[in-house]
Design a protein around this ligand. Structure first.
Ligand SMILES: Nc1ncnc2c1ncn2[C@@H]1O[C@H](COP(=O)(O)OP(=O)(O)O)[C@@H](O)[C@H]1O
Ligand SMILES: [Mg+2]
Length: 224
């Protein structure tokens, strides 16, 4: 199926996501982690999946990345993900996880592992994530252990801004941030995170002009 019917070169052109009756069972004999989940996200739409710890939010993210098997259908721009190569699927999604792991090297290397991004762009991404420019050359220890978990989340956020992929997933991505920084990041996310500035009404900075952005926020209910 993969070889005979790859998605078009410009896929995904919009970033609309459909979950249709998605269920996940991690192992035979275990209760399902997700049962018949359906949702429609139009292109550029932000959506939040809210549920208690253990409700299955992260499992949905794993299914979206095809890191776990699922039944039902997950489509991006009408294309079922199980009929798309894993690499293609993962290249169209950026995730900011709850506890991002960084590589040893420098902050610059973590933002841009292939080192093709001009320095001013790296600095701008740092700035938009609320991190100081002098951090760019800072050394990062294995796993990012010399940075706070909040700084790791912000760096991961800056990296996501640079990647400009059509689908951005946040899995409790602000859980380690203080209230003020959390609020700043939420405000930035309410604008187009791929835009050059928070106030641009509808800029189109993506390399592919047809590419738009879908945001999926996953949050945990803190109240019982
Ligand atoms: N790798 C795994 N193997 C087996 N069960 C898992 C695995 N990951 C998560 N689960 C179970 O799946 C359910 C949903 O977990 P998860 O998606 O992490 O919830 P949430 O992100 O909403 O807190 C939980 O009951 C959890 O114990
Ligand atoms: Mg989770």
């Amino acid at each position: 199926m993969l070889a005979s019917n790859p998605p078009a070169a410009q896929w995904p052109h919009e970033g609309a996501i459909s979950f249709v009756d998605v269920s996940v069972v991690y192992r035979p004999g275990l209760p399902p982690a997700v049962v018949s989940f359906s949702a429609e996200l139009r292109a550029r739409e932000r959506a939040a999946v809210v549920g208690r710890t253990g409700a299955g939010k992260s499992t949905l993210v794993l299914a979206l990345f095809r890191l776990t098997a699922y039944s039902g259908r997950i489509l991006i721009d009408g294309r079922e993900l199980q009929s798309v190569g894993l690499e293609r699927v993962r290249k169209c999604i950026t995730i900011i996880p709850q506890d991002p792991v960084l590589h040893s090297g420098t902050v610059a290397h973590n933002l841009d592992p292939f080192e093709g991004t001009p320095r001013p762009e790296l600095l701008a991404a740092l700035q938009r994530a609320g991190l100081p420019p002098e951090m760019l050359e800072q050394a990062v220890d294995k796993g990012g252990s010399n940075l706070s978990s909040g700084e790791r989340q912000l760096l991961c956020f800056a990296r996501a801004l640079l990647q400009k992929r059509p689908v951005l997933v946040l899995d409790e991505a602000t859980s380690n941030l203080d209230a003020v920084t959390d609020e700043k990041m939420q405000a930035l996310l309410r604008t187009d995170p791929n835009s050059g500035s928070d106030s641009d009404p509808d800029p189109n900075p993506n390399p592919n002009p047809n590419l738009t952005l879908t945001l999926t926020l996953t949050l945990t209910l803190t109240q019982p």
